[in-house]
Ligand binder design. Structure first.
Ligand SMILES: [Fe+2]
Length: 220
């Protein structure tokens, strides 16, 4: 079940409002707004359970078990491309109209690999991957990736079948369905995705909410 995580000591506020010594009443009001938003009832979405151990790793994906060190974004992109080329990703497609669904393909101490399924209207909201780097390859359909700009607005591009995207340390993006029922993408993270940072508006501020890596990311 997806847990609601309140802002903690590790959450970082993006300083777009009053800084130290600024309007404390306004800052308190903004914090109360965030807390009241988080306190709203949420849909109890199931969280995928890892399939430990992996003796049933398909032979077509045996190369994943040979990852024995931390990988960087270009290597993760190649790894996700290899999963797409294996064709085995088809066994992990789990499109669901109620919520954006995905399946864990493999994990060890250095990497975790997921197959994500996207239906029209499903998206992540802006987020980062904490200390993990990421590589993405589209297996079917198309997804649209957005990047945030500090000076306002965002930009986006479409990733179609076979396209890859590298997300180095510190990468921030928003991903949404673009084409296909479902669109399918393979995502590889290193180190394994333990935490994510979700970005939310709070008055005239933006805040980063640190949440467990297997939280189902969604827009507010
Ligand atoms: Fe992401």
């Amino acid at each position: 079940m997806a847990a609601v995580t309140l802002p903690g000591a590790h959450d970082h506020e993006i300083a777009r409002g009053p800084g130290p010594g600024g309007n404390l009443t306004a800052r308190k009001r903004d914090l109360e707004h965030v807390l009241s938003t988080l306190a709203r009832p949420r849909i109890a979405w199931p969280t995928p359970e890892p399939r430990w151990p992996f003796p049933d790793l398909p032979s077509g994906l045996a190369f994943l078990a040979r990852v024995d060190r931390q990988l960087h974004a270009p290597e993760l992109a190649q790894l996700s491309r290899d999963v797409v080329r294996s064709g085995v990703w088809r066994d992990y497609v789990v499109a669901c109209e109620e919520y954006r669904d995905y399946r864990l393909v493999f994990e060890n101490d250095f990497v975790d690999v997921w197959v994500l399924s996207w239906l029209p209207g499903q998206e992540t909201g802006f987020h980062d991957h904490d200390i993990s780097e990421v590589g993405i390859c589209v297996a079917d359909g198309a997804i649209r990736e957005h990047h945030m700009h500090l000076r306002g607005g965002d930009s986006s591009h479409i990733l179609g079948i076979g396209d890859v995207q590298e997300g180095p340390f510190g990468y921030i993006h928003r991903v949404e369905h673009w084409a296909g029922t479902p669109a399918v993408s393979v995502h590889a993270y290193s180190p394994p995705l333990a935490w994510v940072g979700q970005y939310r508006e709070a008055g005239d501020h933006m805040v980063r909410l640190r949440q467990p890596g297997r939280t189902r990311l969604a827009p507010p």
